[in-house]
Design a protein around this ligand. Structure first.
Ligand SMILES: [Mn+2]
Length: 282
């Protein structure tokens, strides 16, 4: 497959480790691009639900693909979000091609793009973390219900649906005027001299200009990989909002198999005992 060469790709809200996650689409997209910089803009690994011990092979494949891209030379900027805030204490860490940060500033010509997850503005506006967690729990329940419903639909030969997508469409009416979240963010970006601002968090992909006291700022929300499958991409000297369609996804068989846990343990046991001549009494 011919990979699209782009300077920067920004993706957010993959929510790995949850049932809502769509690893096939993520993997399809990652395999289709060759970015110089890949920005993981928050809520990549969802630690809120991590305690459930749900991390299937398909999610592991996404992690493997990310590692492979780094091995091939891509720089990876991991910006933490509210669902992966457990990584925030590692902010500033740099390991090889991987950097963990709270925000990233991308320079192009004399312009600069401010990239961060965006939850901080949500907290300032709503002043409640508890509400967000309740929402996340509800979302989790809805996802499970959705999965069950889709199994039934599939067995009847019907197309799958995403419940919360249509639910949210009714809740969040498309307005021409920027939302409170958007205008707060734009205001802050303008006051700091940025030309573009990119965030995720809201699961609402968007690209538009927002006017702040006579100044135009480009606002891009890179969306999510639970419902919309979108990315903010930089090439030809400007930002684009890309929507990934499933159709072109081709699953290559090369190293796509990840050994079962039993086998991994077996290998570990053999490697440690044989190489170090340890005898394990049973
Ligand atoms: Mn978020």
């Amino acid at each position: 497959m011919n990979k699209r060469q782009i300077e920067v790709s920004v993706i957010s809200d993959l929510h790995l480790a949850t049932h809502a996650c769509k690893p096939k689409q993520i993997l399809g997209y990652l395999k289709s691009i060759q970015p110089e910089i890949l920005v993981l803009n928050g809520d990549i690994i969802d630690s809120w639900r991590f305690t459930r011990n749900y991390f299937p092979k398909s999610h592991l494949k996404v992690i493997r693909q990310l590692i492979k891209m780094m091995e091939k030379g891509a720089r990876m900027i991991y910006i933490t979000g509210n669902h992966d805030e457990f990584l925030r204490k590692f902010s500033g860490t740099k390991v090889g091609q991987l950097e963990i940060v709270n925000q990233y500033i991308f320079h192009h010509d004399a312009r600069k793009t401010w990239i961060f997850h965006g939850d901080i503005f949500d907290d300032i506006i709503h002043n409640s973390k508890g509400l967000a967690r309740f929402g996340a729990a509800l979302y989790g329940l809805l996802t499970l219900a959705n999965k069950a419903l889709n199994r039934i639909l599939r067995s009847l030969g019907k197309k799958e649906i995403i419940i919360y997508k249509s639910l949210k469409k009714n809740l969040v009416k498309e307005k021409a005027a920027p939302s409170k979240f958007e205008s707060q963010l734009a205001k802050s970006a303008v006051s700091q001299g940025y030309h573009e601002v990119i965030c995720g968090h809201t699961h609402l992909p968007k690209i538009k200009n927002i006017e702040v006291s006579g100044c135009q700022i480009r606002y891009i929300n890179c969306g999510d990989w639970v419902e919309h499958f979108t990315a903010a991409e930089f090439y030809h000297n400007q930002w684009h909002l890309y929507t990934h369609s499933d159709v072109e996804t081709e699953e290559s068989n090369e190293d796509s198999e990840i050994p079962a846990e039993r086998l991994i343990y077996q290998t570990l046991l053999e490697e440690l005992t044989f190489q170090n001549a340890i005898s394990i009494s049973s």
